[in-house]
Design a protein. Structure first.
Length: 131
């Protein structure tokens, strides 16, 4: 029995085929809202890709505040640190993230961990607090 790993495709195209396209050609494969955004900010995306490649060559981390940037095939395989308002969250970009935005991958709100209630916080402990 031969085990065959399924190759990732996006709208019927492999990652290698998509990486050969430029940002405006790739935008044709996106959903409407992301397509409009990618077409409007294609120069920002291309500038980000060029700066990211330069930083990868120098072994520097790629840090950005651009949470609205649409993920394109040229970014697949990179590690980008996305600012969430307090610190930079590391994000490894994979094929399944194509068409999403960087901000979706770096949540701005942490999960709240409630501790146990202190003395005086509940009606049962108010009488203990007066003594």
């Amino acid at each position: 029995m031969i085990e065959h790993k399924k190759e990732f495709t996006f709208r019927g195209k492999t990652i290698e085929e998509l990486q050969k396209l430029d940002v405006r050609e790739f935008a044709k494969f996106l959903r409407a809202n992301e397509r409009r955004t990618a077409l409007r900010q294609f120069s920002d995306i291309e500038n980000f890709i060029n700066r990211a490649k330069q930083k990868v060559a120098k072994n520097k981390p790629i840090r950005t505040h651009k949470r609205d940037l649409v993920i394109v095939p040229q970014l697949v395989g990179m590690k980008v640190f996305v600012y969430n308002g307090r610190n930079f969250i590391p994000v490894d970009i994979i094929g399944e993230m194509l068409g999403h935005r960087l901000g979706e991958l770096a949540p701005t709100r942490a999960k709240i961990k409630h501790g146990s209630a202190g003395i005086g916080a509940t009606k049962g402990t108010k009488s203990k607090a007066k003594k």
